[in-house]
Design a protein around this ligand. Structure first.
Ligand SMILES: Nc1nc2c(ncn2[C@@H]2O[C@H](COP(=O)(O)OP(=O)(O)OP(=O)(O)O)[C@@H](O)[C@H]2O)c(=O)[nH]1
Ligand SMILES: [Mg+2]
Length: 293
């Protein structure tokens, strides 16, 4: 029997937990069961109570206090501890059936997705161990990044880094689309959805900064001057070209308040994990019975 899940990842504050809640709500409206796993040891408030909460195994606050670690070191410690105690996840997940979508809500520390080799170990356990979960990563990036194009490419690079590191089906998502509505022309938005290196050359903000900054020459080390400098531009162009050359990253749009938008993202996740192919066809009578309970 297969199991199905999605790992909701992305930088701090990208809207991961909000997306998880919107997804749970959407699944409930569509009478689909889901299983919510919180893997953020610092998360406090939940719109839906998690079925598994890493805080029942280890809390970031305790780790920071007892081990004298900061929030990032503490988080890495929590994940190393989780990897040494995987039964905490395995035992309850063994019971989850194939009609469930298992939603993993991840923390936002970017180290987890870039250079620390912890997540690959966890993903390997979930996908290839006895649990055998068909998984898809949902990597969220805030759509407000597209207003600052170098920042957008830096975020896109982090998404690509996670894709390369985790080697699993991946959907990238521009979250909080409601915040950029009207700010970006529709034609431009399409170019952001599949990263296009020429976006930097056509960046109106950059041209403005270059010519309208009166301090450019007066203060050679000011932040504005560095950000408008030619070496900064060359670095950005190289990053953008690298992303363009790999041709791996494209984005879906998400407005977590809009049920259709959540449904559209879910359909990509379902396709990536082949959820519907594995479902037993239900007899019409079964459906009526289920509806009445
Ligand atoms: N306008 C708008 N705000 C959103 C949306 N999604 C999330 N937010 C807000 O963004 C903030 C962060 O959202 P979270 O869902 O907690 O983000 P997160 O990625 O889980 O954050 P961490 O777990 O701390 O990394 C909150 O204030 C949310 O209300 C959205 O679609 N639109
Ligand atoms: Mg969160």
């Amino acid at each position: 029997m297969s199991k199905f899940g999605t790992l909701v990842m992305g930088p701090a504050g990208a809207g991961k937990s909000t997306f998880c809640s919107a997804l749970i709500q959407h699944l409930q409206h569509n009478k689909r069961p889901c299983y919510y796993v919180n893997l953020d040891p610092a998360a406090e408030d939940f719109a839906f109570e998690p079925d598994i909460d890493i805080k029942d195994l280890i809390s970031l606050e305790d780790v920071m206090e007892d081990m004298g670690l900061g929030p990032n070191g503490g988080l890495i410690y929590c994940f190393e501890f989780l990897l040494e105690n995987l039964d905490f996840l395995t035992d309850p997940l063994e019971e989850v059936t194939e009609d469930y979508l298992i939603i993993f809500d991840m923390p936002g520390q970017i180290e987890l997705y870039t250079h620390v080799p912890i997540l690959p170990g966890l993903v390997k356990h979930l996908m290839r161990g006895s649990l055998n979960i068909n998984m898809c990563a949902a990597y969220l990036l805030e759509s407000t990044f597209i207003v600052d194009r170098p920042k957008f490419f830096a975020g896109t690079l982090s998404a690509m880094s996670a894709m390369l590191m985790l080697e699993m089906p991946h959907v990238n998502i521009l979250s909080k689309m409601d915040l950029v509505k009207g700010q970006v022309a529709k034609r431009d938005l399409k170019r952001f959805l599949s990263a296009d290196a020429d976006l930097l050359a056509d960046d109106p903000a950059h041209r403005l900064e270059d010519t309208e900054n009166p301090n450019r020459d007066a203060d050679p080390v000011s932040k504005n001057n560095i950000m408008a400098g030619e070496s900064f531009n060359r670095l950005n162009r190289a990053v953008a070209q690298l992303i363009d050359d790999f041709s791996m990253v494209s984005f879906l749009r998400l407005d977590a308040q809009d049920e259709d938008s959540v449904g559209a993202v879910l359909s990509y996740i379902d396709d990536a994990i082949q959820f519907h192919e594995a479902q037993e066809p239900k007899e019409p009578r079964d459906i009526v019975d289920t509806d009445m309970t």
